[in-house]
Design a protein around this ligand. Structure first.
Ligand code: FAD
Length: 320
């Protein structure tokens, strides 16, 4: 199975993360059932840079593969890993039946300064894309077809094997050395074999739409999915800004801070994310990717408010 963004209705997808403790599995399985019930094109699972969540990521991905009809998409990071280590990791995931990836450079673990970090053999996400592509091609050679009018030449169909997504940054990357480095990086990732980009979160639809225009002008042709994160409390906003180094969204921050109740703050976050989803779709986005924070109610509420799904389907209890 592979990821198809062309078929209606509006393609949706979600990001979840492996539970931090064993006790977190049952609630996450329940969330996966609810998310799967609205027919997402894929559910992606984060991967701790340096392999900190590796085993649990794979366990969650194989759960999604086994228990749902949804394509599981594995985030993989290369920071701190050797070439041989990354090669073995890709094989392990492919052996487990995972064939869709989000190839990332990864951030140094919290508390590690960038300069103290062993950055590993793969210096960028583009090199990881290339490695995934190569490992897959060794296992299952590309389909080849003659090129009409060019005797002896063949065309390879790269899309037949794995789907490789990559990250994109509407605001640029906080450590970019110049204004268009993030777009050059995206071009390099596409040239290396990436078939899809998923953006970092953003707070204003024009940030996404302007970035897509700039990327297209620079020659990027792969679909660029907008990554939307419902921000449902002032604490979540603070934490998100710390991690992403994005500019503070003044209106959203004020709306969250003046709302006294948890329910009210949640409604503010859902309405803001739903408005973003509507605006990027109106602007031509190929789908909606939601950062779910392992909670289905909020992201399904966003999709309902945005008019993308009619209502969250009723979930039947599992039969044991
Ligand atoms: P690259 O494509 O290699 O770099 C992109 C650009 O980032 C470069 O061109 C440059 O502008 C800049 N850059 C990156 N690092 C440096 C540097 N050291 N010095 C200078 N410039 C630099 N992280 C995880 O650990 N696990 C995850 O599961 C995960 N999931 C993510 C999902 C999405 C959708 C996104 C948007 C990000 C995710 N991240 C995750 C974070 C990501 O690993 C970091 O943002 C990382 O710094 C850049 O990754 P990349 O793959 O874009 O790197």
């Amino acid at each position: 199975m592979s990821i198809d963004l062309s078929a209606p209705p509006v393609p949706i997808s979600f990001e979840v993360y492996p539970p931090r403790t064993e006790a977190g599995w049952p609630a996450l399985h329940e969330t996966i059932r609810h998310l799967a019930a609205v027919g997402p094109r894929f559910i992606s699972v984060t991967y701790g840079a340096g392999g900190s969540t590796g085993g649990r990521s794979l366990e969650l991905l194989t759960h999604i593969r086994r228990e749902t009809d949804v394509e599981p998409l594995a985030h993989l990071t290369c920071v701190g890993n050797t070439w041989a280590g990354a090669n073995a990791l890709i094989r392990e995931f492919l052996d487990a039946g995972i064939t869709s990836f989000l190839a990332l450079r990864g951030d140094p673990p919290v508390g590690t300064a960038q300069e103290d970090m062993h950055l590993g053999d793969l210096a960028s996400a583009a090199e990881l894309v290339q490695l995934i592509d190569r490992v897959q091609a060794e296992r299952e050679p590309y389909a080849e077809a003659p090129i009409p009018g060019v005797p002896g030449a063949v065309r390879v169909d790269r899309r037949a094997g794995v789907d490789i997504a990559v990250a994109a940054f509407p605001h640029g990357h906080p450590r970019s050395r110049h204004a268009t480095e993030h777009i050059d990086a995206l071009l390099a990732k596409e040239a290396a074999g990436a078939t899809l980009a998923i953006t970092q979160l953003f707070f204003d639809a024009d940030d996404y739409l302007g970035f897509v225009d700039a990327a297209r002008t620079a020659g990027v042709t792969i679909p660029i999915l907008p990554g939307i994160m419902p921000i449902t409390s002032p604490a979540r906003l603070r934490r998100t800004l710390e991690l992403t180094e994005l500019p503070r969204p003044a209106a959203l921050a004020a709306a969250l801070e003046t709302e006294p109740t948890t329910e009210g703050q949640r409604a503010v976050g859902v309405a803001h994310a739903a408005e973003l989803a509507r605006a990027v779709r109106d602007g031509g986005a190929p789908g909606i990717h939601l950062y779910a924070f392992n909670n289905h109610d909020i992201v399904l509420g966003v999709l309902q408010d945005a008019g993308v799904i009619a209502s969250a389907p009723r979930i039947l209890e599992p039969v044991h």
